[in-house]
Design a protein around this ligand. Structure first.
Ligand code: PMV
Length: 327
């Protein structure tokens, strides 16, 4: 075979404004609810995949190191799905690099599986639509499906794999808002999101979240995004972050993702808001705090966050395009 079956793709991480928490089907990664996110410019994964007849087993290098057993197994399982789609059994070499600090507590599975899906599919010259690519990325890591389309994404739940994918609600330049990320902890999180998705269903508040709270909250965030109404948007995303963590705290076993630094930043943001800096927080399954501001206020907020003794590092990300093939 003379033709090289190799491609490189890049995909951004994304921050969810309405969170995906709990699954309808774990194998297929079908979410319990719809979610809404924004791609994070500059916080991305670049992945090269080369299928090679000489290889006896897949090789996976992440940030310059061979992947650990768990990550390796997950990547191989995902490559198997793509090999099946392409009716192909060649092994691959996967080399993946994150642009953000390793172990900073920023989830790399969304950018990682979105970049891997696009690079592997392109290497095998499979022609997939954006929708099909998003469905595929979802099966690697749920939130990865939202890193495929541009800008602000909406991921639909469904009862079957074909109908659960993310699409762009608005392009990246729709609204100049920034995610100013306060990193407070570099260690591995105590409860993985995989375990968190499972235990979410045991919270006595889970049913209320899904059936009563989220339908209205999704509409609020969607409308605020469309109208670029920052106050409504900010209030809705904070409410949602607190609702998600109420589920985590009341699950069996409970997942307590916050630490004292997280709480201290929450209080600071509320004080700064009273002083006139309009900023709103959201928090994923970890202690770091994502603070949303209009981009014109991002540097000012970064300075204030950097001055807090409990903050280790601050990153600023603006809304960005989705996954792209680089070569
Ligand atoms: O894609 P996963 O399994 O890593 O889950 C992501 C979960 C949250 O980050 C907490 C929420 C979300 O929608 O991104």
């Amino acid at each position: 075979m003379s033709k090289s079956l190799m491609a490189t793709a890049q995909a951004p991480a994304n921050i969810a404004f309405i969170k995906y928490w709990g699954k309808k089907d774990s194998g297929l990664r079908l979410p319990a609810n719809d979610s809404i996110s924004m791609n994070l410019g500059g916080i991305n994964t670049t992945t090269t995949v080369e299928f090679d007849a000489q290889l006896l087993a897949d090789e996976v290098i992440i940030n310059g190191q061979p992947a650990d057993e768990r990550a390796y197994g997950r990547v191989v399982k995902f490559l198997d799905k793509i090999r099946q789609l392409a009716s192909q059994d060649l092994k691959a070499k996967v080399t993946s690099q994150n642009s953000f600090p390793t172990g900073a507590g920023l989830a790399s599975s969304a950018s990682g599986f979105a970049a891997l899906a696009l690079a592997a599919v392109s290497a095998l010259q499979l022609e997939l639509s954006e929708r099909e690519l998003s469905q595929l990325a979802r099966q690697g890591s749920g939130s990865a499906c939202r890193s495929i389309p541009d800008g602000f994404a909406y991921w639909k739940t469904a009862d079957n794999s074909v109908d659960s994918f993310a699409y762009s609600l608005h392009s990246a330049d729709h609204w100049a808002i920034s995610d100013v990320i306060a990193l407070v902890d570099q260690s591995e999180k105590s409860t993985s999101s995989t375990d968190g998705h499972k235990s979410a269903l045991t919270s006595p508040f889970f049913k209320t979240r899904i059936e009563e709270y989220l339908p209205t909250q999704l509409e609020k965030v969607k409308t605020a995004l469309t109208q670029r109404n920052f106050k409504d948007f900010g209030q809705a995303i904070e409410e949602e972050a607190l609702n998600l963590h109420a589920i985590c705290l009341t699950s069996k076993p409970p997942a307590i993702y916050w630490n004292s630094a997280t709480l201290s930043i929450i209080h600071s943001i509320r004080i700064w808001r009273e002083e006139g800096l309009e900023a709103y927080f959201t928090i994923d399954a970890g202690p770091n705090v994502h603070v949303l501001v209009e981009t014109k206020n991002a540097e000012r907020l970064k300075t204030k966050l950097t001055e807090l003794p409990e903050v280790e590092e601050v990153l600023i990300a603006q809304s960005a395009v989705g996954a792209r093939v680089l070569s």
